[in-house]
Design a protein around this ligand. Structure first.
Ligand SMILES: Nc1nc2c(ncn2[C@@H]2O[C@H](COP(=O)(O)OP(=O)(O)OP(=O)(O)O)[C@@H](O)[C@H]2O)c(=O)[nH]1
Length: 416
């Protein structure tokens, strides 16, 4: 589990800071109180730390030696001092510390919270730096690393597009106006946007100092989310990156919400319709078949009526867990609504599909819901369609007919 490392030699402030962090985050927090402890801690635990919050004047390291140590270990670090010092700020920015804040209770709380969240999320994604100058790329890569962002590099349009196709974890591209090859950075933005909309990828244009401001506007017109002009202050760069990535995260969260059933965390009916299109297309091309199963809990109304909706909801979650554990990650499993689920599998013989769904039926039958003395036996009826049609709705209708037969034949059955 990734951790926040707190380095503070004032016991009261340390206590306050830990409480403040606990209120805002679920990450675990480790703390050390002096330079020696910091050295010992990093020797063993540095891999687990995603961000360090450091008191600049630390017992045993009044000259900022702890900053050097943390940076040596490439740990993104926010440095605090009691009073603002322009001199320390210069030193820190020079060293590539990504943020310097003043240590007052609750000061910059919202901002620190955003920063910590951002650095945490940055550890799961990558940036791509596109610039004709290797020196500039390396310098920028170092800055990004201190903000928790690993990066790839490219100097031209072709490599950039290839890297974007092969690295789905790239969420941000920083493009200089001057890149190698025939086209300028602005035109590359346009090419990227043809394949990667702003709902998928953030783009930050970089314009050299002294250029016509029209160029920055061109970056935006071609689809960049923002731009920054060289030479930039690192805080400004980080803030713009944060802004672009936060908007992207919000869009992605909304997109996920639109296709995920909040109760079971399975995909919903809308996802079934969109995601099955690709499976149908592939099956039609390869002349293979799909297995589409409608799965419906038997007498679920009785569960609700007898034990209440809260336990009914728990039962729906239990069935969802069994469904997830019974199939592969790539299989499409959805809750279509109420107590009805759907599973779409590709490229299986009818016999293999029957075996899989019969196993599922038996697994559910032999896994009662048990909680605080309540034990409920659950069974499902399954209608299985095996074949291929041009759209999912036609296949669902055929699977539904089989489900109807399973219900009419006494339930707890698979009909194919
Ligand atoms: N707890 C809970 N119940 C739900 C949810 N959605 C639908 N239901 C209930 O699911 C029940 C479905 O009942 P019916 O359609 O009569 O089906 P059944 O009782 O399972 O009967 P058969 O399918 O014929 O075996 C209803 O009581 C709905 O209120 C939900 O999200 N949570």
């Amino acid at each position: 589990m990734k951790k926040i490392l707190l380095i503070e030699d004032n016991p009261q402030l340390l206590k306050n800071k830990i409480e403040e962090l606990r209120k805002n985050f679920t990450y675990s927090i480790d703390s050390v109180e002096n330079f020696e402890q910091l050295q010992e801690y990093l020797a063993i635990n540095k891999e687990n730390v995603f961000i360090a919050l450091l008191d600049y004047f630390l017992d045993g390291a009044m000259e900022g030696q702890s900053v050097d140590l943390l940076l040596e270990h490439k740990i993104p670090t926010i440095v605090y001092t009691q009073e603002y010092s322009a001199e320390i700020r210069e030193i820190l920015l020079d060293k590539c510390v990504f943020e310097y804040l003043i240590k007052k209770p609750n000061s910059d709380l919202l901002y620190s919270t955003r920063l910590i969240e951002r650095v945490y999320k940055n550890s799961f994604i990558k940036a791509l730096i596109v610039d004709g100058s290797e020196t500039f790329r390396n310098k920028l890569a170092k800055n990004l690393k201190q903000f928790g962002l690993d990066s790839l590099q490219s100097s031209d349009a072709k490599t950039t597009l290839e890297l974007l196709k092969t690295h789905a974890d790239i969420q941000l591209v920083l493009i200089d106006l001057d890149i190698s090859g025939d086209i300028q950075g602005v035109e590359l933005v346009e090419d990227i946007r043809e394949q990667f909309p702003s709902t998928m990828l953030g783009i930050l244009g970089i314009t050299p100092h002294g250029y016509n401001s029209q160029l920055s506007i061109e970056f935006l017109k071609k689809g960049a989310n923002d731009f920054i002009t060289k030479p930039f202050v690192k805080e400004q760069l980080n803030l713009r990156i944060m802004q672009v990535l936060e908007v992207l995260d919000t869009i992605k969260e909304k997109n996920i919400e639109a296709i995920i059933d909040p109760l079971t965390q399975l995909k919903n009916r809308r996802a079934l319709e969109t995601e099955s299109k690709q499976m149908i297309q592939s099956a039609l091309i390869s002349n293979s078949r799909l297995s589409v199963a409608m799965i419906d809990i038997d007498h679920f109304k009785q569960v609700n009526d007898t034990y209440g909706h809260i336990i009914g909801d728990d039962v729906l979650r239990l069935i969802s867990q069994i469904l997830k554990s019974n199939f592969r990650k790539k299989d499409l499993i959805t809750r279509n609504g109420g107590e009805e689920f759907c599973v779409v599998l590709d490229d299986l013989s009818l016999k293999k599909a029957i075996d899989l769904f019969e196993n599922l039926r038996q697994k559910i039958e032999s896994t009662p819901y048990e909680n605080e003395g309540v034990k409920i036996n659950i069974t499902v009826s399954i209608g299985l369609f095996h074949g291929i049609q041009n759209d999912i709705t036609s296949m669902l209708i055929l699977a539904d007919e089989k489900l109807y037969m399973a219900k009419n034949n006494g339930r707890n059955k698979l009909v194919s």
